[in-house]
Write a protein that binds this ligand. Structure first.
Ligand code: SF4
Length: 354
């Protein structure tokens, strides 16, 4: 199969040790925990990396499918430069296949594209210099790699993040935390903040609903916290699927004990999407039960997502419970003069404030 023009050389792969003469052009992608083994003409699980003539190429190394200037709260990150703008970029493809994907229009490639890579339309041409220049011009404080899974556009993200840091911008990943160790190491030092999905605490849920494994997700989130990234965690609560008391208990316990009670947890309400269009939106009471579960485990900052106007939107002081950052939807207002301190008792609030 001929390589379509949009495919450019990929990083983080290796030739497979040939088990026979006919396998000498097989490659293994080392970008995410799927570690796809690909024969010539084959695309990986993400649908945007493929083996052409014994080398790995990416369809999204120089293209973006979505570009927006978003409040950083939309990522969501509530304790990282609150009130600032994040120049947000995304491409095509995802290494997970969640039945409830809220962004399937860009994350899940059609069967036709998977069969015939020449049909992939990766979006508009983009490069690191152009992205950083546009971000600086927009007044953003950061660049967010988001919308689809940024691991799959690693090459463009790595180049852009390096340049962004040199120009005084921070870098944010909004990710499913399913990257490989090699990918994580390559990004460490380039990324300052992440919102990681923790979709469930059940290995079975990850396997059947997302076509992935839970353990690497937990490992990567822990590694990011340990490396000093500012981390917030999001769980999309789907009524009847991942909202059982025992599961929520284990998940909140993991955040409290393995990540730290100051790591914010966003408990987000599911709306029907992708392969779960027939499932109703999660009842608000389920979200509130999850919030209570987080409180029981001593999490200091728990927020309801996809519920604008909910009482849990604002950031409260962990010592005296006074409102420290008042929030409505994506609008944030710091109360008091010192960023990151309670205006009432002066207690420091965990986060990155400048
Ligand atoms: S990024 Fe992941 S899913 Fe895509 S080809 Fe590489 S290992 Fe496979």
């Amino acid at each position: 199969m001929d390589k379509p023009d949009c495919f450019t050389p990929a990083r983080l792969w290796e030739p497979c040790p040939p088990a026979g003469a006919d396998q000498s052009a097989t490659v293994r992608c080392r970008l995410c925990r799927r570690y796809c083994r690909l024969t010539p003409g084959q695309l990986g699980g993400c649908g945007v990396r493929g083996n052409f003539s014994g080398a790995l190429y990416t369809a999204v190394g120089g293209y973006l499918a979505a570009v927006n200037l978003d409040p950083v709260e939309k990522k969501p990150l509530f304790h990282f430069l609150p009130g600032s703008l994040a120049f947000s970029v995304g491409s095509l493809g995802c290494n997970l296949h969640c039945e409830f994907c809220q962004n399937s229009g860009i994350s899940q490639l059609s069967g036709a594209c998977r069969q015939n890579p020449a049909l992939i339309k990766p979006g508009s041409r983009a490069d690191a210099h152009g992205i950083v220049k546009a971000a600086l011009k927009s007044g953003a404080a950061s660049i967010a790699y988001t919308y689809n899974e940024p691991t799959v556009f690693f090459e463009l993200m790595q180049d852009t993040a390096g340049l962004a840091l040199e120009r005084g911008l921070r870098n944010i990943m909004v990710s499913n935390a399913y990257m490989s160790g090699e990918c994580f190491s390559a990004l460490d030092g380039l990324i300052q903040a992440a919102n990681f999905d923790l979709k469930s605490f059940s290995p079975e849920f990850y396997r059947t609903r997302c076509k992935a494994e839970l353990a690497p997700v937990l490992e990567n989130i822990k590694a990011a916290v340990k490396s000093g990234w500012w981390v917030e965690v999001t769980t999309l609560i789907i009524g009847g699927l991942n909202d059982g008391p025992a599961e929520l208990d284990a998940l909140a316990g993991f955040i409290a004990n393995e990540l730290g009670p100051e790591v914010p947890w966003h408990v987000s309400r599911f709306h029907p999407a992708y392969l779960m269009r027939d499932r109703p939106a999660t009842p608000v009471e389920c979200i509130e039960l999850a919030l209570e579960c987080g409180q029981k485990h001593g999490l200091r900052h728990i927020y309801a997502g996809n519920l604008p106007g909910h009482a849990s939107e604002s950031t409260l002081c962990p010592a005296c419970s006074a409102v420290t950052l008042a929030r409505h939807g994506y609008r944030t207002k710091a109360l008091g003069e010192a960023q990151g301190r309670c205006p009432s008792c002066g207690q420091a609030v965990a986060g990155v404030w400048e």
